[in-house]
Design a protein around this ligand. Structure first.
Ligand SMILES: [Zn+2]
Length: 249
């Protein structure tokens, strides 16, 4: 299995660094995991949309899904029409959210682009020879983490989430944990993200083989996040640099 970082900036894209988005290839398939702004362009360095087996969206914050809007144009009005609508796994309300943005006078034909399948906790699906298990996590809104297994290797992705038992389950014994490390928790209000130390602790509790930190927020430098995550986890820790590929397992 291979994980390619299309982008990891949070919560807005920077020059040469799109927001959250990843290409996962494994089994016989290819999966676009989160579609943050800028990732559709980078995706095309590796695959055309019709070559994907599906798209999986962790939650409906714009920094994780906004490129679905222009992917729709590519799929429906341009030269990347799929032979069948692309399976799109996303939280409750995904189809309505896209419709809301994409509709002009008439209803937009989003079903020509996407076959939307709503995620639920514990959902298991098989896509392109990869087994995906989605778990509901803590982000103050419907949000999911995913474990992807292709029979040879396993990858866990946090989406955006505070530390929680469901994410520990997703990450348990995974060869690679791709975990957000947005920054320090707010002084008040509920926690909805990981700090770098949290990412290290989640990786350690789960016994993940390797930690890749991503979605490092605007008030932290990636090197700083790496050092802080490594203080809580003895295994290898790396940053999800845009354009970098990691082989998993
Ligand atoms: Zn978010």
């Amino acid at each position: 299995m291979e994980l390619t970082v299309l982008g990891s900036a949070a919560p807005y894209p920077r020059p040469g660094i799109p927001c959250s988005g990843y290409l996962v290839t494994g089994g016989s398939g290819a999966l676009w995991l989160d579609a943050g702004p800028g990732t559709l362009a980078e995706l095309q360095r590796h695959a055309r949309l019709p070559e994907l087996d599906g798209i999986w969206i962790s939650h409906l914050h714009a920094d994780h899904c906004a490129d679905l809007l222009t992917a729709f144009y590519a799929l429906v009005y341009a030269d990347q029409a799929p032979s069948a609508p692309l399976p799109l796994y996303g939280p409750q309300g995904t189809a309505a959210r896209l419709e809301g943005f994409l509709s002009n006078a008439a209803r937009s034909p989003i079903e020509r682009a996407f076959e939307v399948r709503e995620l639920h906790d514990g959902q298991r699906v098989r896509l392109g020879g990869m087994e995906l298990e989605s778990r509901s996590v803590e982000h103050g809104m419907p949000g999911y983490a995913v474990r992807i297994d292709d029979g040879a290797a396993s990858l866990a992705y946090s989406g955006d989430s505070a530390p929680c038992a469901a994410l520990d389950d997703v990450a348990r014994g995974a060869d690679l944990l791709l975990c957000e490390a947005d920054g320090d928790p707010p002084a008040d209000g509920p926690r909805v993200h990981h700090s770098p130390e949290d990412a290290g602790r989640t990786a350690a509790r789960a016994g993940a083989g390797r930690l890749v930190v991503t979605h490092v927020g605007p008030f932290l430098r990636p090197e700083e996040a790496l050092g802080r995550a490594a203080s809580e986890y003895a295994g290898p820790v790396e940053h999800a640099d845009a354009g970098r590929a990691f082989s998993v397992g």
